[in-house]
Design a protein around this ligand. Structure first.
Ligand code: PMV
Length: 309
């Protein structure tokens, strides 16, 4: 018996960091990258993980209890009242780069929850999957907003406000985003922690900045829903400037953002936690390849063109 689940990666279009402080953010799935999990019976006793992308080959009991993979199994089997645990082989393959703003951790959690629940004959609602994945995100991030697990679970464009039921939004006219990877591993936990320090030092100032980002996000949603995508470019540029002020950009991210704009992108910004990881650019269909080339020529480890629809 073998059960599989495959889920996409994600990018945050606008609103990262401010979303931790209650402002809205927009995120979309990225199907060009995915996490795949396969659960099957094991002849050996125990639950064996095989995740070649991160060089992990281990039995459940040898992992610390707060390891995200172990925590998925323990939390899920507790909820499903599965005791004793069956003997399993769990194979995890992911093309989503780790710690780079594409939601690798949340994607593996969601795929693992889905494959394991299917294996045990339980069908969980998306809401249940999302709630469980959020618990695991807390182990990765400390104080996550929940945006990653939400957009990955529902696999559609999401207007996200922390603590509120997820809301999908309509894309009036499909548009193209080019994702440029700095190749620099940047743990979100650190940038989120640094922004918190800034906020604790001067709450008035940073609440205003987060508020401006919230306005940008609301305006962007309005434009996207009406198919006025070109307007989105300027909003992305404004959001990037505010993220720079928040100290979460980096010379490498800024270089790629500049290169994209010079190559004809309508707008560009970092995406996700920042300091490394990925940036995104908006371009007309005829310019996407040119922007992607400019990004790799300016040091991006890779560039992915994705259609938002
Ligand atoms: O780095 P990512 O894509 O996991 O995104 C983090 C987004 C933040 O707003 C910085 C943190 C959060 O939990 O929302």
């Amino acid at each position: 018996m073998c059960h599989k689940a495959s889920v996409p990666g994600k990018i945050i279009l606008l609103g990262e960091h401010a979303v931790v402080y209650g402002r809205p953010a927009l995120a979309v799935p990225v199907t060009q990258v995915h996490a795949d999990v396969q659960v099957s019976n094991s002849a050996r006793e125990g639950i064996w993980f095989d995740a070649p992308d991160v060089d992990l080959h281990a039995e459940l009991k040898t992992l610390p209890s707060d390891h995200p993979l172990a925590a998925v199994v323990h939390n899920l089997f507790f909820i499903l009242r599965i005791d004793p645990f069956p003997s399993l082989n769990i194979r995890i393959d992911s093309t989503i780069p780790v710690a780079s703003g594409l939601g690798s951790g949340a994607a593996v959690s969601v795929a693992l929850i889905r494959a394991l629940s299917a294996y045990t004959g339980h069908s969980l609602s998306d809401e249940q999957v999302n709630d469980l994945a959020f618990e695991i995100e807390k182990l990765h991030h400390g104080t996550p907003s929940g945006i990653d697990n939400t957009v990955i679970t529902y696999a559609r464009p999401i207007y996200f406000v922390k603590g509120q039921p997820s809301e999908s939004f309509k894309v009036g006219e499909p548009f193209f985003i080019i994702i440029g990877d700095t190749g620099i591993i940047a743990p979100t936990k650190e940038s989120v922690g640094d922004v918190r320090k800034l906020w604790l030092e001067d709450k008035d100032k940073w609440e205003k900045v987060f508020g401006r980002i919230g306005e940008i996000v609301s305006r962007a949603r309005f434009m996207i829903e009406r198919g006025k995508t070109k307007e989105l470019g300027g909003l992305m540029d404004q959001n990037h400037a505010l993220l720079q002020e928040m100290t979460v950009s980096s010379p490498e991210l800024d270089k790629l953002v500049e290169a994209a704009r010079k190559a004809g992108a309508l707008g560009a910004k970092l995406s996700g936690g920042g300091r490394g990881g990925n940036m995104i650019a908006l371009a007309e269909p005829a310019t996407t390849e040119i922007v992607a080339k400019a990004l790799t020529e300016s040091g991006a480890k890779r560039a992915i063109i994705t259609k938002v629809e």
